[in-house]
Design a protein around this ligand. Structure first.
Ligand SMILES: [Zn+2]
Length: 312
C-alpha cells in the first residue's frame, strides 16, 4: 500500500472516530474536543455546611471548563424522606465521584449497600474527590477511613502528619497531639511538595483564600502522598492541606478547599483562583486523565490571594 493511500485511510478513520465521539460538530456550543468529557457524579444530601450551594458552585466551575459532564445524586438525610432503601447511585457510570456529604451531628449515613458499591468502584479504579468537610464524615466506616487517609477525628483515632520546614514528613501517633481542629479561616500560604502532575507548572508557594487549616487530621494515613501544606497558627506547625491516597486501583484527592456556610453570598473560598484551578486539575488526575488544564496568568503568588468574578 502506498503512503498517500495510507494517509487517506488514516484521515477517514480519524473522521469516523471524531464523529462517533461528537454528534454536534457543527454547533458553536459543542465542547467536545479529542476526548469525551470526564463524567462526574456529585453526591450530597446532608452536611453542617451549605451543601446545596456548594454543589451548585462546584458544578459551575467544572462545567465552565468544558472538560466535565456533571450529575448530582442527593443521599437521604436523617431529617428528610426515608428513601434510603431505594437510593443507590450508579458510581460505575462515572469517572469521578465528588463526596459532598458530612455526617457530623448524625445528619445521615449511606446505606451499607452504597458503601460497598463505593468500595468496589474505587478499588477497581474509580476516582473520588473529597470536598471540603467531606472528610468529617463516616468515622465508623473503616474502608472510607482508608480511602481518605486523614479526616476530622479525635486524637486517639489514628495517625496525624506534620511537615518540617525542610519538607520532611513526621507521623504523629494516635494519642499524641490533639483532636482534629481548626482556627479562624485565613488566606493561607500553601507550599507544595514534590512534582505531582496536579501541581506541575505551579509556583512553589501561593495564597489560598479563606482556608481552614486543619491541625491533626487523623486516620490510617496509608498509601498517602502529601501535595501541599500550610502553617497552622495556633500550634505553629505545618499540616497537610492537599493529599492523595491510592485505594486498590483507585485515586482519591483530599483538601480543605471549598468552605461554604449557610447564607454565604459569593463565598471567597469558591472564588479563589487557586481552588478553582486545583479543583479542575485534581479532577482530571483522579479521573485517570492527563492533567491538561493550564495554570492561569492570575494564579496567586505567595503575596496575595486572587478571586475570580462573582458567582452567578
Ligand atoms: Zn468549613
Amino acid at each position: 500500500m502506498n503512503r498517500s493511500l495510507v494517509a487517506v485511510l488514516l484521515s477517514v478513520a480519524l473522521l469516523a472516530t471524531s464523529s462517533s465521539l461528537c454528534s454536534c460538530m457543527q454547533s458553536a456550543t459543542c465542547q467536545h474536543t479529542e476526548r469525551e468529557n470526564i463524567r462526574v457524579l456529585i453526591v450530597d444530601g446532608f452536611s453542617n455546611h451549605d451543601w446545596k450551594q456548594t454543589t451548585v458552585l462546584v458544578r459551575q466551575i467544572l462545567e465552565a471548563s468544558g472538560l466535565f459532564s456533571v450529575d448530582v445524586s442527593s443521599a437521604p438525610s436523617a431529617d428528610g424522606p426515608s428513601d434510603g432503601e431505594t437510593w443507590r447511585p450508579p458510581f460505575d457510570a462515572y469517572d469521578v465521584v465528588i463526596q459532598n456529604c458530612n455526617s457530623i451531628g448524625d445528619r445521615g449515613a449511606w446505606p451499607e449497600q452504597v458503601q460497598q458499591d463505593l468500595e468496589r468502584y474505587v478499588s477497581q479504579g474509580g476516582g473520588v474527590y473529597i470536598l471540603h468537610s467531606g472528610n468529617n464524615a463516616f468515622p465508623q466506616w473503616e474502608e472510607y477511613n482508608k480511602m481518605i487517609g486523614l479526616g476530622w477525628r479525635n486524637k486517639n483515632f489514628g495517625w496525624a502528619i506534620t511537615i518540617d520546614n525542610d519538607g520532611r514528613l513526621r507521623r504523629i501517633p494516635p494519642g499524641e497531639g490533639a483532636n482534629t481542629g481548626h482556627g479562624k479561616r485565613i488566606d493561607a500560604l500553601l507550599t507544595r511538595l514534590g512534582e505531582h502532575p496536579i501541581h506541575r507548572g505551579l509556583p512553589q508557594s501561593w495564597r489560598a483564600a479563606d482556608l481552614e487549616v486543619y491541625r491533626y487530621a487523623r486516620g490510617p494515613a496509608e498509601n498517602l502522598t502529601v501535595l501541599s501544606y500550610a502553617r497552622e497558627p495556633e500550634t505553629g506547625l505545618n499540616f497537610p492541606i492537599e493529599w492523595v491516597v491510592r485505594y486498590g486501583e483507585g485515586r482519591i484527592y483530599n483538601s480543605t478547599f471549598g468552605h461554604v456556610w449557610t447564607g454565604a453570598s459569593n463565598p471567597p473560598a469558591m472564588r479563589c483562583v487557586a481552588f478553582q484551578t486545583l479543583l479542575i486539575r485534581a479532577m482530571e488526575w483522579v479521573g485517570g486523565r492527563e492533567v491538561t488544564w493550564p495554570v492561569p496568568d492570575n494564579f496567586p503568588t505567595d503575596k496575595n490571594i486572587q478571586l475570580s468574578g462573582e458567582n452567578s
